[in-house]
Design a protein around this ligand. Structure first.
Ligand SMILES: Nc1ncnc2c1ncn2[C@@H]1O[C@H](COP(=O)(O)OP(=O)(O)O)[C@@H](O)[C@H]1O
Ligand SMILES: [Mg+2]
Length: 237
């Protein structure tokens, strides 16, 4: 990856994680807030939202709550599980990869940056054909993937596996964000952060523990400081 490619962000930023519950939604919110602070027209898109009943708030509602930015959901399914089995339980089909590409392209008409939050980890199947967020990243021109990782023991293996899967598929990697960074890290967390920070194209930031409980104005004001590696590329003041 050349310096000039690193210097700017692509038009589509896909947020994946090393696992479910690692902080993808909170990081998506922080990216949206950072882009907004840089004056970008930004939105977020969740291709497959599982574990919600009609009318219940999903991940995009959380992004809207924390950032005030309007977002879009693809399909929503009730069962709190991976999209394919959740769709099978309801006897419905999932949108195709082409549906998601069209949706993102449509959002790209009126926005400078579209942030796409995956479901679970990178290789979770999002379509009936078994395609994943990695496939979506591969097919979307001018896109890149951000990996959200835990701070605790086990994160190095999970992070390196995700990075290897991305590089194997030729997907542009935008770096790593630690989803919840404690005020008083232990030695494992400190050495994990040092390790991830020393990787080429590695750590671009860390969201402090407790960030989702901040009031939205504070969240928006503080987010660029949590993601210096992105704020710099976005030209956030
Ligand atoms: N920095 C953080 N501090 C405190 N709680 C967090 C933080 N990041 C995430 N959480 C909480 O952990 C849970 C999972 O986070 P979420 O962003 O929804 O993960 P994912 O989108 O990867 O499933 C949520 O309840 C969320 O509020
Ligand atoms: Mg989420």
């Amino acid at each position: 990856m050349t310096e000039s490619r690193l210097a700017t962000l692509p038009a589509v930023l896909l947020v994946t994680g090393t696992d479910t519950d690692v902080g993808k939604t909170v990081v998506t919110s922080a990216v949206v807030a950072t882009a907004r602070a840089a004056g970008r027209r930004v939105t977020a898109y969740k291709p497959t939202q599982t574990g919600v009943a009609p009318g219940e708030p999903g991940d995009m509602a959380e992004v809207e709550r924390l950032t005030g930015v309007a977002t879009v959901e693809g399909v929503r399914l009730r069962a709190p599980m991976a999209p394919r089995p959740a769709a099978a339980l309801e006897g419905v089909g999932l949108p195709t990869l082409a549906d998601h590409v069209a949706r993102v392209a449509d959002l790209g008409v009126r926005h400078d940056l579209v942030v796409v939050e995956g479901a679970g980890g990178l290789l979770v199947e999002l379509t009936d054909a078994g395609e994943t967020l990695a496939d979506l990243a591969t097919i979307l021109e001018d896109s890149g993937v951000l990996v959200v990782s835990r701070s605790a023991l086990g994160t190095l293996n999970h992070t390196m596996l995700t990075r290897e899967a991305l590089s194997h598929r030729g997907v542009r990697q935008l770096g790593i964000v630690i989803g919840a960074w404690p005020d008083h890290p232990d030695v494992i967390e400190t050495t994990n952060r040092d390790y991830l920070g020393a990787l080429p194209g590695g750590l671009v930031g860390a969201v402090p523990l407790g960030a989702p409980r901040l009031d939205p104005a504070t969240f928006a004001a503080d987010a660029p400081g949590w993601l210096p590696g992105l704020a710099q590329r976005l030209g956030t003041p």
